[in-house]
Design a protein around this ligand. Structure first.
Ligand SMILES: NC(=O)c1ccc[n+]([C@@H]2O[C@H](COP(=O)([O-])OP(=O)(O)OC[C@H]3O[C@@H](n4cnc5c(N)ncnc54)[C@H](OP(=O)(O)O)[C@@H]3O)[C@@H](O)[C@H]2O)c1
Length: 247
């Protein structure tokens, strides 16, 4: 249930994370925001508080385990516990492999894969001990379908799919009652394309988003739906995108 749910949101300074933080807080969740840009986090936290919600933030780089551990502690110190984590931080500097943007390959692995591992490592002992918890993660349609230019980004998102499914299975087998939800968004209008440095790839993607993109609040609605289901119910997979986007 959303009301009084203490939820950590990574990548909460923009886009899907910001929209989700605001929506969940408006429904009574206690939101704990993490990302690198403090000015954005402060503005969003102030907005939520001014609207009557409960929010706190911490500067967080998901690639740093200690940052992830500290935000879990912040949730406990501020709100008395942690019920959910929304693993949303990510970037998409896609390009053809022949462009040899190897630094960006490694950066995507660090943020999109290791960031998810670090977040789960930070909450899992608590969730196992309390025999409850909800792990929600953002994969992508790029985690379901291969396409030129998306080898590494798609690979990181395929990882999220496998990881979340095994987390679900092991939690069920071990009786820890940890719920999971994996989201596979298509074109959502956020800052994501600003992470693309390959000019041709970016222009192609901008054309797609200009044609089809929908608002990040649509993803927030799905997160809220998953969280609001009873504790005995997991809906593990949500593919969400513009109604008129063919793939
Ligand atoms: N937009 C789409 O069409 C789409 C489609 C499928 C999947 N997704 C996924 O959705 C998620 C959210 O992206 P978005 O579309 O909302 O893009 P966005 O507007 O660019 O937001 C990305 C968020 O991730 C944060 N972030 C990036 N690196 C980080 C790091 N090292 N540590 C902590 N936070 C970090 C950013 O905050 P700071 O820069 O302040 O750290 C920002 O808050 C990503 O995982 C993305 O892959 C998006």
């Amino acid at each position: 249930m959303i009301k009084d749910n203490v939820v950590i949101i990574t990548g909460a300074s923009a886009g899907i994370g910001e929209a989700t933080a605001k929506l969940l807080a408006s429904k009574g969740a206690k939101v704990v925001l993490g990302a690198r840009r403090e000015d954005h986090l402060k503005r969003i936290t102030d907005d939520i508080t001014a609207a009557g919600g409960q929010a706190v933030y911490q500067v967080l780089d998901v690639t740093v385990q200690d940052d992830n551990d500290r935000i879990v502690q912040l949730a406990k110190d501020t709100f008395g516990g942690v019920d959910s984590i929304f693993l949303n931080a990510g970037l998409m500097p896609s390009s053809p492999l022949s462009a040899m943007k190897t630094d960006e390959w490694h950066r995507m692995v660090d943020v999109n894969i290791k960031g998810v591992l670090n977040g789960v490592a930070a909450v899992l002992p608590t969730f196992v001990e309390q025999k409850s918890g909800h792990v929600l993660a953002v994969s992508s349609v790029a985690g379901l379908k291969a396409y030129p230019g998306g080898a590494v980004y798609g690979g990181t998102k395929w990882f999220v799919r496998d990881f979340m499914e095994v987390l679900r299975m092991e939690s069920a087998l071990e009786g820890t009652n940890i719920r999971t939800a994996t989201l596979y968004p298509a074109a959502i209008n956020t800052e994501l394309l600003t992470t693309m440095t390959d000019k041709a790839s970016r222009e192609q993607m901008e054309g797609l988003y200009d044609t089809y993109g929908i608002a990040p609040e649509r993803i927030a609605d799905v997160v809220a739906f998953a969280m609001d289901l009873p504790d005995d119910t997991t809906v593990n997979e949500f593919t969400v995108g513009p109604a008129n986007q063919p793939w």
